[in-house]
Structures are given as structure tokens and as C-alpha cells.
Design a protein around this ligand. Structure first.
Ligand code: PLP
Length: 501
């Protein structure tokens, strides 16, 4: 039989020099490759890409190897619909322990009254939270009124009246084109089909949230849910003010902190900027600044605990026990001093990068950042966001284009680049490296122009990049990533030799 990767490694190494992380990876990849070599090959290729490209995607990070280990095992085989001590399946005692531990760690980390760790993704967490609010504020009072708490016992007529009522509520979140997320009421998403949406925008002149304007709108619209949170807003938010507005308007305050949860966990955002303190319900992904596995979490005040707990089966499919185990690890990691230092450095790096970019002459949405991300306006370079993204990718820099508020180029081409510091900070980069990165971005944007179309016009998609600048930038990215290595304990060259055919 052909030697496995692990056997090859162990043959050439003495006991005292064994690298256990590498052994674990080799054992894993050997098992994958035995059944499907191309999958093992692509895992290693992805590792190689991530190690050799500068990751500036604001919503991505690198989780720890402990987090990865917790999610790759037999826990995936278990069904556990329901919640701890209240399952629709037998034999859930270990899953109960894992889910409870993850929830407990989340409560400790964020100082939350209640934590629900089942949501599979941020989008699922938001839909679950919406339905929890609809249950608590619309369904329960309606059922109480007719004296029947079990929906299965309603007549067809009563059921239809309830369904109409549930489907006729208002959601007021940040508009997609002002940096809100698809799930905050964008028409392409189910959220806009469930609710009447009455989104607020950032101020046209400043690009900032205008709390007076939001209050005026909330008092006029009287939404069931006032939603704060964003995918692309470079400033901090005053959640105390949001709470005051919600109270005046009789709305539930929900916050989607998917992007900046790590800054809350790491105590960068405290006091008025801590959403867990002020909001009735908080949702978040666990894989962005928080640096955990791909997944999500809901935190809420006790009042909403019972309805949130019914997320499965109300909205969610069966929980993913392996992912809940990985979330527990991440929540514990995030309680360390090292994580708090990391979170502060994420923001310091974002500020340093933004300052360096502006000094070079680049235009930033709102003139800077308070969090982990910034938006660069690429219109002065004569490019669309799409072209700027392509140029960066071709030079070894991975990031994404993003619409600017009221973007004349729409959501597909866009006029902006969104840049985040969570991943490069995990690699250990600090302020001097942010200066280098700003210079690289500026050099590439200056050296890129729209390609000519066949009819002689200007493409909005394709680009021409000065080849000298391209080669120089690629080399700079390589040099930088040689100094800041992703998962240094893993021997990438060995993995490539074994698994890439
Ligand atoms: N909420 C916000 C604010 C986000 O930025 C995102 C993802 O980008 C989501 C929710 C959705 O997360 P997921 O991709 O895990 O569904």
C-alpha cells in the first residue's frame, strides 16, 4: 500500500521533534485523500492561497487550530433538535453539555443575560431573531386575547388572521446602500418579504448615522423592530441612543453585531458602544472579528430567552453540534488578555491604515474609521469598485468591492473598496505594516486604468495594470507574508508535495 502523508513525515522525524499540529493535519488529510484525493488537494491549495495572498476582507479572519479541530469530528453525526434538556431525540447528553458550555462561555464573554448558540449562519440568526420577536410581541398577545396558546388548536380562520398579522409588521434597519446587510430588509432577501421595511440611511453629506433623523423616522413609522448594525459602516455606534429611540417609538431594539462582535468581546466597544448592554436582542456571526468557526450566535435579555430557544424547529434545521463545540472554544479564547490585545490592535491597525491611505491622497468614506474597516472611494482613480477589486486580486491582495452610500455605480460595479484589518492583525501585523499596505494599495490604484472595449469605449469591468507595478506589488506581498506566516506550525511545502498532484 502507498505510504500515507503521516507515515512519510513520521519516518523522517525523531520523537522529541514531532510537531503535533502538523501530525493532526496530516492524519486528517490522509483520511480525506483516501476517499477523495481532489478534496484534500483543494484544502491544501486553499491553505496555500491564504498563506500567499494578503487578506484584507473585512468579514474574514483566521481561526485557531483548536477551533478547527473541534469542528472536524463525530459530533456531526448527532441530531439534537430542541435545546439542552429539552430534545426531540434521545442520547443527547453530551451535546447538551457542549451546547450549555458554549452558551455559558458566550454569556461570560459578552455579559449577556441569555445566549443561544445554534444558528448556523448570520443570516439564519437574523431570521431566527425576527421570528422570536414576532412570537413574543405579536403571536403571544394575539393568542392570549383569544385564550388559546397552542397554534395547532386554532381554527383555519383564526390561523389565517394570525398569519396576516405576523406578515404585516415593520422593520427599520440600515439601508443596504448605506452599509446595512441584505438580511436587514433588502428586497432580494426574505427579510423584505416578511416585513414592510422602512430603512434609514446615513446622512448624504457626512456619510454618518444621524440619530435625530433616525428618531424622527422611527416615531413616524413606529416599527416593530428597530435594527442597528452593518456590513460596511466605518464608525462606532451609540447604542444607548438607539435604545432611547426604540423606547420612544415602542420598538424592540435588535442589533446585528456580526462585523464588530470581536471589538465588543475584546472590550474595544464598551459603555454606550456595547450593544449587548442596550439591545433587547443581539445577533452575530462567529467567524469575522470574533475569530471563531463559521456560524452565529444570538444574545438576548431574559424576556426573549424562551422564544429564542425555539429557534429550532421554528426556523432552524437541526443544530450542528461540532460547530457548537468549536464556538465554545472560540468564546473561551476570546476571554483571554491576548484576545483583548488583538481586538485593540485590530482597531489601531485600521486607524493606522486609514491615516496612511488619506495621507497618500486617497478618499475615505466618512474620512476615517472607528472600527475594523474602511471604505475607499476609487472614483478619483477613474475606476469602478469592480475594477479596483480585480486589480488588487491580480497583485496578490484579496479584498472586496463595496457600494458607497448613494453609489452612482450601483451594487454590482460599485465605487468603493472595503478593507478590513482582522486577518492581518491575527498574523501579527502592526502599524508599520499598515503603512506598507496603504502604499501598495495606492500604487496599484494609480497604476490601473480601465481596459478598452471592442467598440473603443471604457470597460467597467476589465483593467490594464502597469506590469512593473504589478510585479513589484506581488513581490512586496510575498515579502510581507514571509514575515507574518499563516499557521507557521504547518509545513505547507510538505503538504503540497504530498497532496497536490
Ligand atoms: N449580518 C451582517 C451584518 C453581515 O455582515 C453578514 C455577513 O456578511 C451576515 C449578517 C450574514 O452572515 P452569514 O454569511 O454567516 O449568513
Amino acid at each position: 500500500m502507498k505510504e500515507s502523508g503521516l507515515q512519510m513525515y513520521l519516518k523522517n522525524i525523531s520523537m522529541e521533534n514531532i510537531n503535533t499540529a502538523l501530525v493532526a493535519y496530516l492524519a486528517n488529510l490522509d483520511m480525506v485523500a483516501k476517499t477523495f484525493p481532489e478534496i484534500a488537494e483543494n484544502i491544501v491549495k486553499e491553505f496555500s492561497d491564504q498563506r500567499t495572498h494578503l487578506k484584507l476582507i473585512a468579514s474574514e479572519n483566521y481561526c485557531s487550530l483548536s477551533v478547527q479541530a473541534a469542528m472536524g469530528n463525530l459530533l456531526t453525526d448527532k441530531y439534537a433538535e430542541g435545546y439542552p434538556e429539552h430534545r426531540y431525540y434521545g442520547g443527547c447528553q453530551n451535546i447538551d453539555a457542549i451546547e450549555s458550555a458554549a452558551a455559558e462561555e458566550a454569556k461570560l464573554l459578552f455579559g449577556a443575560e441569555y445566549a443561544y448558540v445554534q444558528p448556523h449562519a448570520g443570516a439564519d440568526a437574523n431570521i431566527t431573531a425576527y421570528w422570536a420577536i414576532l412570537s413574543a410581541k405579536i403571536e403571544m398577545p394575539a393568542l392570549e386575547k383569544i385564550g388559546e396558546m397552542n397554534v395547532s388548536n386554532l381554527t383555519e380562520q383564526q390561523w389565517e388572521a394570525l398569519r396576516q398579522k405576523l406578515g404585516n409588521q415593520k422593520l427599520m434597519g440600515l439601508d443596504y446602500y448605506s452599509g446595512g446587510h441584505l438580511t436587514h430588509g433588502y428586497r432580494q432577501n426574505i427579510s423584505a418579504r416578511m416585513f414592510q421595511t422602512c430603512s434609514y440611511t446615513v446622512d448624504k453629506k457626512t456619510g454618518l448615522l444621524d440619530y435625530d433623523q433616525i428618531e424622527e423616522q422611527a416615531l413616524k413609522e413606529k416599527p416593530l423592530i428597530l435594527l442597528a448594525g452593518y456590513s460596511a459602516y466605518p464608525r462606532s455606534i451609540n447604542f444607548r441612543k438607539f435604545k432611547e429611540i426604540a423606547e420612544k417609538a415602542g420598538a424592540v431594539l435588535m442589533v446585528d453585531m456580526a462585523h464588530f462582535a470581536g471589538l465588543v468581546a475584546g472590550k474595544v466597544f464598551t459603555g454606550d458602544e456595547d450593544p449587548v448592554r442596550w439591545a433587547d436582542i443581539v445577533t452575530t456571526t462567529t467567524h469575522k472579528t470574533l475569530r471563531g468557526p463559521r456560524g452565529a450566535l444570538i444574545l438576548c435579555k431574559k424576556e426573549f430567552a424562551d422564544v429564542v430557544n425555539k429557534g429550532c424547529p421554528l426556523v432552524l434545521g437541526g443544530p450542528l453540534p461540532h460547530m457548537m463545540a468549536a464556538k465554545a472554544i472560540a468564546f473561551r479564547e476570546a476571554q483571554s488578555k491576548a484576545y483583548q490585545d488583538y481586538a485593540h490592535q485590530v482597531r489601531d491597525n485600521a486607524r493606522a491604515l486609514a491615516d496612511a491611505a488619506m495621507k497618500l491622497g486617497m478618499r475615505l468614506q466618512t474620512g476615517g474609521t472607528d472600527n475594523h474597516l474602511m471604505l475607499i472611494d476609487v472614483q478619483p482613480f477613474g475606476l469602478t469598485g469592480r475594477q479596483a477589486e480585480t486589480a488588487m486580486t491580480q497583485c496578490g491582495i484579496t479584498l472586496n468591492r463595496n457600494a458607497l452610500p448613494f453609489d452612482p455605480n450601483g451594487a454590482w460595479f460599485t465605487s468603493g473598496l472595503r478593507i478590513g484589518t482582522p486577518a492581518v492583525t491575527t498574523l501579527g501585523m502592526k502599524e508599520p505594516e499598515m503603512q506598507e499596505i496603504a502604499e501598495m494599495i495606492y500604487a496599484v490604484l494609480k497604476a490601473t486604468k480601465p481596459a478598452k472595449t471592442k467598440s473603443g469605449g471604457q470597460s467597467r469591468t476589465h483593467v490594464e495594470i502597469d506590469s512593473k507595478v504589478k510585479i513589484k506589488t506581488e513581490q512586496k506581498v510575498k515579502d510581507l507574508l514571509k514575515r507574518f506566516v499563516l499557521y507557521p506550525e504547518l509545513d505547507l511545502e510538505l503538504l503540497k508535495r504530498i497532496y497536490i498532484r
